[in-house]
Write a protein that binds this ligand. Sequence first.
Ligand SMILES: [Cu+2]
Length: 605
Amino acid sequence: MATRVRPECTGLFGGPKSRKMWQKQIRPIAKKLAAIAFAGLIFALWHPNLRAEEVSNNICHRLSEGSDVPEPEDLRSKNGELTVDLRIHNNIEADGSIRYCYTTADGKETPNLRLNPGDLLILNLKNDLTDTGGEADTGIHHAHTSVRGNNDPCLSAVMKATSTNLHFHGLTIPATCHQDEVLKTSIQPGDKPFQYRFLIPANEPPGLYWYHPHIHGFSKSQVLGGASGAIIVEGLERANKEVTGLPERVLIIRDQDLVNPNAPPSKTEPVLPKMLLDGDGDAANNGTGFGKPAKDLSINFVPVPYPNYPPAVIRTKPGERQLWRVLNASAITYLNLEIVLNRIPQPLGLVALDGVPLNQNGKSGDSINWQIHLGVPPGARVEFVMTGPSLGATELLVTRSVDTGPGGENDPNRAIAKITASEDALEPRSRFAASPKPLPPSAIHWLGDVAPVLTRRLYFSEKSLDPDDPNSPTEFYITVDGQTPKAFDPKSDLPNIVVKQGTVEDWIIENRSNELHAFHIHQLHFMLIDYLGRRVDEPFLRDIVNVPYYNGRALEYPSVKLRMDFRDPNTVGTFLYHCHLLEHEDGGMMGLIRVEPAIAQTPKP
Ligand SMILES: [Cu+2]
């Protein structure tokens, strides 16, 4: 996030008057302050406990607009294990926005965690969050301390702005404490480092996954501030020969509060009707593809702010094929990615979606899917083959506008990065093996070939708490048909859905609201069977899917039909499904599912 110069600062050393004032009044004070700061620094360097806090105040660096897109640091497992110490920090910027980030013991910011299937991850998380005062979080009304009054981070369930935890998005690992439990697990500042410790399943599909906090009521503020990082399960080239030998690049697109919220639109844009704000103060969808976005975007922490969208820079060798692994780590922004050359969309060869190779169904012919644009809801990942421009040409990575519906936010057309070619461009750090040993075929039946034991219907809906007041807060619901719509209650342990491990179910998810939502479930992937009533039978899997908005006129609500896979024993437990627009999730659009063991344990005779 670029720091704006405050108007009151710009003239500090400008005129004779201020220079005189500096000499007479301010210099002695400044000298004293410098002496105090120096003494403080010596004390901090000497005092180990203070040192971490001092350092944390200047952490979460962001690059300037138009910078080269850096690669996140890579931490790779060795001998089947990756141990990492992460600290989560926040700091307030001059414009009042709050940045979040993770750092390693040696100062690497928000690293990629790279592991092989079967590897052990040990992640020690220290909470260095500070109270930022501005508790304008959407979910503050949810804040509560556990009635159990328990100080055990596994059970505390504290939901405060300074609480944190981690969700390992997409991995089929158990929803138990120290693994992927987010309902009760809550780490406070002052707690000792909290250990996450789990095996990447040996059968986890190779691809892009991610980590982010999941404290109910505060997920949006932490993720919007930048608390997110990539997990790469290695071996995509073993699953999909389309990528063998290619260099690969991890690109994390995040959203953030507008850097220039009061700027008029760029002169190159069409003149638009008056801009409206939604109940959260974000620019509402104006249906034109232009105008002020609800949030700015950044790519690997290079901001690309409204209104001029100065693109970040990606350099490739001329005409080089690369595999791009793109994570939409936005809190609320949908992407629709496209690479254009002279305004002409270039082919993007999709090879994996949400961490799963396209040929996961084990049948031939589905390993690459050529598209000219790729929709990426918040939380989703796309991995695609692209070709860099020839020498002298420039391509542009853009997001096309996404129609989020009359109740949704504005996600306009905008540039993200320009791609330029030069012979001396640095190669990405990672490259796939040229002739890898192919992965053995999946040991389980393809999900599309398994009969569901039943079909459930769920629906997204919204309710303004005071319909007469346009600025009244909205409650967000995801409801199992037949139950009463109710915002997620973190104090309740009662599941909305109970299923048996070993089974497969079909879920129809409807959208009865006038904005787009993105359905996500923890611990498992699903298969998209129908989209808007049309059979698609996708030969691959997802963990997030868009459910288009209701226009108020159609005879049926828009819906998707998903085949939900509860066969993996790691799905046993209680976990969440929700909309991955985090202000909807924080606002209650979340439900609880319990997966019971397949066979009751019978004592041996
Ligand atoms: Cu939503």
